[in-house]
Write a protein that binds this ligand. Structure first.
Ligand code: ADP
Ligand code: MG
Length: 346
């Protein structure tokens, strides 16, 4: 009897643990795209192509012309907690790259059929590694130009609960589109393209000009309505730079307020509110502007590790940051005669 009771609690096998953990990190196809595009940017790519089939669970491909990987690195990259970006916890404090937890590829591979095709920039042969449900199935040579392609197929095939949770195809693709757009706008020197079911959604030229990227991503009307924000030593912030739209170029959601801290995209409510605040009564009720806004401040004054998906931050001086961002945007709008000169402060 006693023995039987003891068997109620048992250890989970490693594959099950991986799959549970993966379900928490990989929420939807857009989360996969985010990690893969960040890896491509970290790999010094000048061109990144994203291709999505259906809602993204069928097939999702990210191709880059970055530094690529050797055969040994490609095999290691899909293993657990492998990274070329940090060696220990001390390195976390001064990491300059986007990804640093060393578990994105492994995690995605645990819940899909993933293929890595890669060739190092400095020469050597190309490699293809095939993984299914976290297990390496084959490793072999592959002919290709320098760079890396990650193809993710049958996402969540072994986690049906996670699949159930997904929304309709256009909702999921909307998330993918916004994620890729944010990276394209923040990296105008990289040519970023997004294709859905063989139709090109957008392609930025990678000429280094944010305005060209805005034109490609949002079209002419929005791009032409954008007003430059460029404030140095703005109170609590070292600088505030980017573009915000004319108060009449708006949408009914906050989705087009893209905010960045020290060049990294963050989903930051405080910054979004600071931008909207700057428009005062010029914005119609429940309308939100477009923005691509980067705030720069010393890394010691911002905690970038509050959220495991690294999309949220916490500022030491929240009121100061809010005021500095609002002031910078308001000054830009005022220069174009778009807010009242004597707008009340505070
Ligand atoms: P992290 O980005 O946190 O290091 P990942 O699991 O995302 O962890 O990637 C593991 C490693 O695989 C990276 O550190 C990098 O060395 C390599 N890697 C992943 N994607 C690419 C890519 N597109 N180009 C070159 N190397 C890559
Ligand atoms: Mg990564």
């Amino acid at each position: 009897e006693g023995d039987e009771a003891a068997t109620k609690i048992h250890e989970l096998d490693a594959a099950t643990i991986d799959r549970i953990a993966a379900g928490e990190v990989v929420e939807r196809p857009a989360s996969v795209v985010k990690e893969l595009v960040e890896n491509a940017l970290d790999a010094d790519a000048s061109r990144i192509e994203v291709e999505v089939a259906g809602d993204g669970t069928e097939e999702l491909v990210v191709r880059d012309d970055g530094v690529g990987m050797t055969r040994a690195d490609a095999e290691a990259a899909v293993e657990r907690h492998t990274t070329s970006k940090i060696r220990d916890a001390d390195d976390l404090a001064h990491v300059g790259t986007l990804g640093f937890r060393g578990e994105a590829l492994h995690t995605i591979a645990a819940v899909s059929r993933l293929t890595v095709t890669t060739k190092p920039r400095e020469g050597g042969r190309g490699t293809e590694v095939r993984v299914a449900g976290g297990e390496i199935e084959s490793v072999g040579p592959a002919g290709r130009a320098a760079g890396t392609t990650i193809a993710v197929r049958d996402l969540f095939y072994n986690t049906p609960a996670r699949r159930e949770f997904l929304n309709a195809e256009n909702t999921e693709f909307g998330h993918v589109n916004r994620a890729v757009s944010r990276y394209a706008l923040a990296n105008p020197d990289v040519a970023v393209s997004l294709t859905h079911d063989d139709t090109e959604t957008f392609a930025t030229p990678g000429d280094g000009d944010v305005r060209s990227a805005l034109l490609a991503v949002y079209g002419r009307d929005v791009a032409e309505s954008m007003i430059a924000v460029d404030a140095d030593s703005a109170g609590a912030l070292d600088c505030v730079r980017g573009y915000v739209s004319h108060p009449e170029t708006t949408r009914s959601t906050r989705d087009y307020l893209a905010t960045y801290v020290n060049g990294r995209y963050v989903s930051d409510r405080l910054l979004r509110e600071a931008i909207v605040e700057a428009y005062g009564t010029q914005l119609a009720a429940d309308r939100f502007p477009f923005a691509v806004l980067d705030v720069e401040l010393p890394p010691s004054e911002v905690d970038a590790n509050v959220h495991p998906r690294k999309m949220e931050v916490r500022f030491e001086d929240e009121p100061g940051v809010r005021e500095a961002a609002t002031d910078a945007v308001r000054d830009a709008l005022r220069e174009h005669g778009l807010v009242r000169t004597s707008a009340p402060r505070g």
